[in-house]
Design a protein around this ligand. Structure first.
Ligand code: FPP
Length: 243
């Protein structure tokens, strides 16, 4: 039998399905993103209660700029509003907030909002919340490689690992994608090499504690081998191979 996995230390989530959630209710897509912020607030709490140490969420991808202009500006506005409303509570709850992604393409006001949120929670020692914003896994690998070249360091796995935008946390144990699609969509391409993947049909605004618990229960059943054999993981000698 597989040894049960404990609660994942680092959970990463592709919060997909906001648009469909809104469309089914004859609402504008941005209403789905607003409902998504409410789900994210609950999810942060629930993860902290369950002993998760790091939560990383995909809020705006490098590719999301190609969405209709009103949706892009709606998401930017929502970020500002969410920061103003949520940071005081995150501060009280001991959550440390960090934004991960390219800042160069963002407006001054969005950039300042991100920096203020990070500074306000910098001394917190509870759950670490990484919000990937204007982020793409390929961007991250490329920026890390550029940084190493500029510093004259060799491109090794260890050096790249240290130069990546999520170098302050261990790799995710569990990557959840809601909304029924089964793909990675340029999220944590490097860091998810050995993550357990879990796909839920639930649209992100409906992803409640019961849905989160189902994901954790599935994770608990997985055997993580990291390239080893099952026998090695179980601490038994591997069966001798025929000559
Ligand atoms: C994907 O759903 C979701 C996004 C692109 C945005 C995710 C953002 C949030 C949950 C809110 C948090 C955001 C901020 C700004 C703090 P989709 O729009 O692709 O849904 P669909 O697949 O149903 O169209």
């Amino acid at each position: 039998m597989n040894p049960a996995q404990p609660t994942p230390h680092h959970v990463a989530i592709v919060m997909d399905g906001n648009g469909r959630w809104a469309t089914r209710r004859f609402l504008p897509r941005v209403a789905g993103h607003k409902a998504g912020v409410d789900t994210l607030r609950r999810c942060v709490r629930s993860c902290a209660q369950r002993g998760v140490a790091v939560l990383t969420v995909f809020a705006f991808s490098s590719e999301n700029w190609t969405r209709p202009q009103d949706e892009v500006s709606g998401l930017m506005e929502l970020l500002g509003m969410a920061l103003a409303r949520e940071v005081p509570q995150l501060l009280k709850d001991g959550v440390r907030l960090r934004f991960v992604g390219e800042r160069a393409g963002l407006s001054d006001s969005v950039r300042q909002g991100l920096e203020r949120g990070e500074q306000a929670t910098a001394a917190n020692t509870g759950l670490q919340l990484n919000v990937c914003f204007n982020y793409g896994g390929r961007w991250d690998i490329a920026q890390a490689a550029r940084r190493l070249v500029a510093e004259g360091k060799p491109i090794t796995e260890a050096n790249l690992d240290r130069a990546l935008a999520l170098s302050h946390v261990p790799d995710p144990d569990l990557v959840i994608r809601t909304g029924g699609e089964q793909r990675i969509s340029n999220f944590l391409l490097w860091q998810a090499a050995y993550s357990e993947l879990y796909f839920s049909d639930t649209l992100w605004p409906d992803f409640d504690d019961a849905a989160l618990d189902l994901a954790f229960a599935a994770f608990a059943q997985r055997e993580r081998r990291f390239g080893k054999t099952s026998a090695q993981v179980a601490g038994k000698a591997a069966r001798p191979q025929p000559a």
